[in-house]
Design a protein around this ligand. Sequence first.
Ligand SMILES: NC(=O)C1=CN([C@@H]2O[C@H](COP(=O)(O)OP(=O)(O)OC[C@H]3O[C@@H](n4cnc5c(N)ncnc54)[C@H](O)[C@@H]3O)[C@@H](O)[C@H]2O)C=CC1
Ligand SMILES: CCCCCC(=O)/C=C/C=C\C=C\C=C\[C@@H](O)[C@@H](O)CCCC(=O)O
Length: 422
Amino acid sequence: MLKGKVAVVSGSAQGLGKAFTHILLENGAQVAMLDVNEEMGQELQVQLNQQYGSDRTQFYKADVSSDQQFTDVFQKILSKFGCIDIFCNNAGIADEKNWEKTVSINLSGVVRGTYLALDHMKKQNGGNGGVIINTASLAGLGPLPSAPIYTATKYGVVGFTRALSVASQALDYGVRINALCPSFVRTALIDSFKQEDKTGQFHSLFSITENMMEKFPFIEAEKVAEAFLLLVKDESVNGVALVVKNEATIIFILVLIIITVLRTRLLYRSRRAVTRTRIIIIIIIIIIIFFILTAGPGLAQDKPGTLICTRALPLGAVTGSRCVLGSARAQQQQKAAGGAAAQREHEHGVRGETHLTDILHAHTGAPGARDTDSVIQHTDGDGTGSRWPSTELEAEVTSAAPCLPNQAPPLLTPPTFTVIGQ
Ligand SMILES: NC(=O)C1=CN([C@@H]2O[C@H](COP(=O)(O)OP(=O)(O)OC[C@H]3O[C@@H](n4cnc5c(N)ncnc54)[C@H](O)[C@@H]3O)[C@@H](O)[C@H]2O)C=CC1
Ligand SMILES: CCCCCC(=O)/C=C/C=C\C=C\C=C\[C@@H](O)[C@@H](O)CCCC(=O)O
């Protein structure tokens, strides 16, 4: 539960920001919504008041690319709510023609919001600590050829977030900073990007982006919001670029099985009657067998330090599962998975790639770490390892009263990072 917590979400009038706002409210937080679209923002405010009560949300019109507006609205939020514990820089656009605007919103706006939040949250300024989550994109980890500027802004958000997370840790700010990297989600941003006045000189390459939409089928905003909540709640996670994506493989295999079986039915029709019911039963058995083979709660280790979750999701989902990065539960299961690496991870709190729901995988970044699925082992300055404290996802994250200090992880002395398990 996030009861007593105050969250700020930019770009929350629709799309992913709206989904983040809902999941925060469902988990007990109060939410200050920022958006440049006043009409949509006010409309949403009315809906949320009816759904969650009038004291839970407040909409503020603000343009994140304007230093004056962002600073002013930040002060208004502090005046009303008293403090800020969770800050999500989510506002973003995709406009390759007006590329300066894209940079000023997607990158400068994120930097501005992050620094405003950090200045308020850090312990050195009397803050309570907390968590900052920046919405990047899968395009921040791999290019979208038809959108080089958008790609650049998202790479910038990932790099900025990772660098600042280490700085925050090293300077003992008490603030976690993570990036969220979703692939395609059906929102207004995607719809707008099909127009030539947005794709600009690379409009002819939009077919490449469409091909990528085949490779990374659309995900629901609610799925991304679940990953967002992981980053909010798991106090052992800092400096992560959490990927949320579907991959067509599993669904494709299932469709292939069904088509093959149905074709087989046609083949046998002339030799012997196979009832439709029997065919359907065969298909259902195949699907059940598939999920049993990939099911099984918990973690398995694919290579030293790398955690792969094996629990399958309900039918129609994609492999992967819901494991919590760095959680005590994950570490116990990981330890149970045996192996020196597990022991080492248990001792040192090494965080690795963990496949989460809908194939989320975390690129844990650290100075010098290549952007691969790797495992970061952190050790204290004196070379001894110590575990990043972790919190069960379901556990109470904070005290009930508003604006009380976050249970910030006991921050380590400036860690040194070594990358293992490339
Ligand atoms: N839709 C997708 O496939 C993906 C989106 N993202 C990112 O997710 C974030 C949210 O995007 P969506 O929800 O898809 O888009 P959306 O267009 O549905 O929502 C974006 C919201 O941000 C607001 N906004 C735009 N410029 C603003 C500004 N200057 N100041 C304040 N608010 C502003 C808009 O009014 C809108 O309400 C963006 O950063 C986007 O780059 C990342 C990966 C995938
Ligand atoms: C310009 C339109 C933006 C639409 C919103 C958005 O951000 C969508 C991004 C979706 C997917 C990006 C995919 C990039 C794919 C490749 O570059 C691939 O190599 C990246 C693989 C990275 C990984 O860790 O899997």
